[in-house]
Design a protein around this ligand. Structure first.
Ligand code: CU
Ligand code: CU
Length: 380
């Protein structure tokens, strides 16, 4: 049961006490950032140390009244989590990043239902999303094969019009991506002729708000001519969150002023800050791992990098019919775009995957690839 996300008016008069609390909040935010930075260096370097204590951002008090948001600067809730954040992070069920199998046969049926729902986007931080298929954000990972006919039905279980825009489709958007009224369903179909990993999202205006409220996901179109085989396939959807409140006592909603200023409170992989730090993606030493990455935005790019290794193969822009690049360190995945990255790691350890635009790491866009059973770490 979610309340309806609303715009926030940022034109209240600012009091002296709110300025004081903002400065205090800013200083605490910097402290959290420094802690996060050193934590990341520990994951990268200290194979013997127990790293999970740094899994969630350090707690800081949430006593500041953010209801009187001033014109500028905007109140940031970056890193604001309740004191039991570590326990909540461990109890959180991580979004399953494994690429599901593609449907067999010439036709792929996809039926997504839009639901309003409250989800957690960081430990103890609640947000009112508009969600595809009750997944929260992102929506379900879709997987079809090149040449399949995708028969898509969208059912709107929400309270305002929504739509769905597939970047994998070549189709007239005014016809296929049209608004669907609450309670109604709409179907269209397209031939998945272009392999890669693509974004899908709601295209209803204001698109910025609909994407920021969680209406996005990834669709993988496997190529007819197979890629080099790998042992593991993981899908990561990067995105950012803009919040009216800290989301701890009451769920936060969308803050248009922050979204326009491009000042997210949190950035995430698969919708929840640091979830793969606490619950790492896994592979055995020497296994090949393919990472299918989409940057959903709504606005910011992701500079994708895996600490401690180099991409054996990289297909920037997910152009997997082309020749991959070899020996690449960091590849930009643009908002609304994708990328495909192969790594093969022989030495057991914890290898962080990040957006190397490092503000995003402090805001939650970091996870771990756990190779083998490195010494000194907790198992989950
Ligand atoms: Cu929508
Ligand atoms: Cu789009």
């Amino acid at each position: 049961m979610a309340t309806h996300p609303t715009y926030v008016d940022h034109h209240h008069i600012e009091s002296d006490s709110s300025v004081f609390f903002k400065v205090a909040t800013l200083l605490l935010g910097i402290a959290v950032g420094i802690v996060g930075f050193f934590a990341l260096m520990m994951w990268a370097d200290a194979r013997d140390s127990r790293t999970d204590a740094s899994a969630a951002p350090a707690a800081r008090p949430a006593a500041v009244d953010h209801s009187q948001a001033g014109a500028m600067p905007l109140n940031s809730f970056a890193g604001v989590v309740p004191p039991n954040a570590q326990a909540l992070a461990e109890a959180h069920k991580a979004y399953d990043a494994a690429l599901p199998a593609a449907q067999a046969g010439p036709v792929a049926h996809v039926h997504l239902t839009l639901k309003d729902m409250t989800v957690q986007i960081a430990p103890g931080v609640k947000y009112n999303t508009w969600s595809f298929d009750g997944h929260g954000a992102p929506g379900p990972i879709l997987h079809v094969r090149q040449g399949q006919l995708v028969k898509m039905t969208l059912t709107n279980g929400g309270t305002i019009p929504h739509s769905i825009d597939f970047h994998a489709a070549r189709i007239a958007p005014n016809v296929a991506f049209r608004d669907v009224a609450p309670g109604e369903s709409f179907s269209f179909q397209f031939r998945a002729n272009d392999p890669g990993v693509f974004m899908y999202h709601c295209g209803t205006k204001p698109v910025l708000m609909h994407i920021a409220n969680g209406m996005y996901g990834a669709i993988v179109v496997s190529p007819a001519k197979p890629l080099p085989p790998v042992d593991k396939n993981y899908v990561l959807v990067a995105s950012e969150w803009y919040m009216t409140t800290d989301g701890i006592k009451q769920p936060a909603s969308f803050d248009m002023a922050k979204a326009h200023a491009m000042e997210p409170d949190w950035t995430t992989f698969n919708g929840y800050a640091n979830q793969y730090v606490t619950h790492p993606l896994t592979a055995k030493p020497g296994e090949r791992v393919r990472l299918w990455v989409v940057a959903a935005g709504p606005t910011l790019d992701t500079d994708f990098h895996v600490v401690g290794t180099i991409f054996d193969r990289a297909w920037p822009n997910a152009n997997i019919t082309g020749t991959p690049q070899h020996g690449v360190q960091t590849v930009q995945v643009p908002a609304g775009g994708g990328g495909v990255f192969d790594v093969k790691i022989n030495e057991p350890g914890l290898y962080p995957f990040v957006s190397h635009a490092f503000a995003h790491v402090d805001l939650g866009q970091v996870g771990l690839l756990k190779i083998g059973h490195p010494k000194g770490t907790m198992s989950h």
